[in-house]
Design a protein around this ligand. Structure first.
Ligand code: ADP
Ligand code: AMP
Length: 217
């Protein structure tokens, strides 16, 4: 399966990604996670990306396309992948299309998780993420079993610096301006699957599995 996950910040892409990769046994490729790893390791890409991420802007296409397409050449992507947070612009979607076409590959689905904007803001302000594995929790809607600790690896949970109210508002505006056009892009290709993301996590996952033609394990 080659799947992309679309949806605004806070829609639940990361949360669903963890479940989908388990179900379909494919790697989870999150450009946001790749950037955060580079930032914590203070690489050149990390230093360049940080300024954009801190301001709620997208990292420029040239940097983002390079890191994502390079990751797709790894052996673990041979039997499929789940892209989370890429593409986010039309040039990125075009670059992905070119990469796949050259290899005579195609996408199976573009899953678009739809959630009302006021809900997104509440979710993002309550989001806590694992410093180690990136798993996403929520102090209101999806709390960890043990306060402040990741259910999966027991590492500490923190609030992302770009989840401040001001940056969230900017990210949502950037989403509307730069990312929403790719919804039409995938709709025109007949790949778009809209999923109601304003339901509990298990139900969203069930709907995603159904749309991919699979009964969840
Ligand atoms: P994204 O990767 O799309 O930015 P996340 O998966 O990190 O979004 O989810 C954003 C926040 O909302 C997190 O705090 C997460 O725990 C919570 N969340 C995700 N899905 C749901 C859901 N279906 N209902 C309630 N809260 C959710
Ligand atoms: P995410 O973890 O997906 O919410 O991404 C966090 C931040 O990383 C975004 O707000 C962007 O600044 C940057 N980012 C992640 N993916 C992309 C992308 N495909 N294009 C540009 N910037 C990205």
């Amino acid at each position: 399966m080659r799947i992309i996950l679309l949806g605004p910040p806070g829609a639940g892409k990361g949360t669903q990604a963890k479940k989908i990769i388990n179900e379909f046994n494919i790697p989870h490729i999150s450009t946001g996670d790749i950037f955060r790893k580079n930032i914590s390791e203070r690489t050149e890409i990390g230093v360049r990306a940080k300024a954009f991420i801190d301001n709620g802007q997208l990292v420029p296409d040239d940097i983002t396309i390079d890191i994502c397409l390079e990751r797709l050449t790894y052996k673990d992507c041979e039997n499929g992948f789940l892209l989370d947070g890429f593409p986010r612009t039309v040039p990125q979607a075009d670059a992905l299309q070119e990469f796949l076409s050259k290899r005579e590959l195609s996408l199976d689905a573009a899953i678009n998780i739809v959630v009302p904007e006021d809900v997104l803001k509440r979710r993002l302000s309550g989001r806590r993420v694992c410093v180690h594995c990136g798993a996403s929790f929520n102090i209101e809607t999806n709390p960890p079993k043990l306060e402040g600790k990741c259910d999966f690896c027991s590492s500490d949970l923190i609030q992302r610096s770009d989840d401040s109210l001001e940056t969230v508002n900017e990210r949502l505006e950037v989403y509307k301006r730069q990312t929403q056009p790719i919804i039409d892009y995938y709709s025109n290709k007949g790949l778009l699957k809209n999923i109601d993301g304003y339901q509990d996590i298990a139900k969203v996952f069930e709907d995603i599995c159904k749309t991919l033609g699979r009964d969840p394990k």
